[in-house]
Ligand binder design. Structure first.
Ligand SMILES: *Cc1c(COP(=O)(O)O)cnc(C)c1O
Length: 241
């Protein structure tokens, strides 16, 4: 018997999540890894709170956002509505936006400067006594521009050591690993060397966390060791913006 065609947006999201989970499982099997080694972050940017609630209800509490203007009100509305999401901030964070974003962030994927580290430290101290930060210390990933693309965010591989050393002096953060956004490619096999390079760079620095892989390439990322994948379109459909 074929399952009924989903009729509502939340059923569609649940069905797509099941499909993505099956693909994660298959990629893990190919790589000899357990599916529990890979955290799926459902990237809800560009989609309304109802979509977030549907993902959480379908068993995916880890949600990703990349713009503070969209993220802060959405996270506030989610909390008010009793939607128990764990928010991953995956985009570039300007130092003047740290105040709006930090109370809602559970995992930060785009640490890319000592200035930002200082801003997070200052804001954590300010929130501190109220215990208002979402996570303390804040689990962070250093964003690395592995492909060396001019228009990409992230530090160069050679800067990882210095930023790690600076972070080690900041009790407000805990660096769990490295993150990258692979270049666009027609064939995901083309970005395999990028993921492999991130894994090797992380190993060099004694880091085990790897935030890598999106809708077009998450299976290859899993085969190369991803511990968090950030998947938007395969779960929520296309974004308008
Ligand atoms: C939007 C975004 C994603 C998700 O991209 P999809 O192609 O929709 O899966 C992942 N990571 C980052 C940093 C993003 O900005």
């Amino acid at each position: 018997m074929t399952p009924p065609t989903p009729t509502t947006a939340s059923e569609t999201i649940a069905a797509r999540l099941a499909e993505v989970r099956a693909r994660i499982q298959a990629a893990c099997e190919r790589a000899g890894r357990g599916p529990s080694e890979v955290t799926l972050v459902a990237v809800s940017k560009g989609h309304p709170l109802e979509a977030c609630a549907a993902a959480v209800a379908a068993g995916t509490p880890d949600l990703g956002e990349n713009r503070v203007q969209e993220f802060a009100p959405k996270a506030q509305a989610a909390a008010a509505a009793g939607v128990e999401a764990r928010w991953h901030f995956i985009g570039h964070l300007q130092t003047n936006k740290v105040r709006d974003a930090l109370p809602h962030i559970s995992v930060f994927h785009a640490l890319d400067s000592t200035r930002l580290l200082e801003a997070i430290t200052r804001e954590t101290a300010r929130l501190g006594d109220a215990g208002a930060a979402a996570a303390h210390p804040l689990p962070c990933y250093l964003e690395v521009n592995i492909g060396g693309e001019a228009q990409k965010q992230g530090i160069a591989p050679g800067q990882v050591g210095a930023l790690l050393a600076a972070a080690a002096d900041c009790p407000a953060v805990r660096v769990d690993g490295l993150m990258t956004v692979a270049p666009r490619a027609g064939d995901p096999e083309q970005v395999r060397p990028v993921f492999r390079a991130l894994r090797e760079l992380a190993e060099t620095h004694g880091l085990t966390g790897l935030s890598m892989g999106m809708t077009d390439d998450f299976e290859v990322a899993i085969e190369e060791g991803a511990t968090l994948i950030r998947v938007g379109r395969a779960i929520f459909g296309d974004r308008s913006g």
